[in-house]
Design a protein. Structure first.
Length: 102
């Protein structure tokens, strides 16, 4: 199956039946799978919604680390104005959540 290019020239990739918006996001998935195997990560979720009035922010990954911490990750190739607005809205509605840009 051939996957089409993204508007920012990102190439969609598939891993284990999941489609990722870019090679970079697919590589992060691979890294997280390895972290689970090595015991550094308990589990992780992909495409986690954070609902806010009028919009929803979709985090690329929510990672549950063995030390008890949880990280919200957004794999970025390019920061768009739409992303910057959503990140600002997240700070307002979810002040305890810090987005880590990968």
């Amino acid at each position: 199956m051939k996957l089409k290019r993204h508007k920012f020239n990102a190439v969609k990739v598939e891993r284990e039946g999941f489609t990722f918006d870019s090679k970079k996001e697919g590589r992060r998935y691979d890294e997280l799978k390895l972290c689970v195997k090595t015991g550094d990560v308990i589990m992780f979720l992909h495409q986690v919604p954070f609902r806010m009035p009028g919009s929803t922010y979709w985090a690329d990954f929510m990672v549950f680390w063995v030390d008890g911490s949880i990280t919200i990750e957004d794999v970025k190739g390019m920061k768009t104005s739409a992303y910057n607005k959503q990140k600002a809205m997240m700070r307002i509605h979810f002040p305890a959540v810090e987005i880590q840009e990968i």
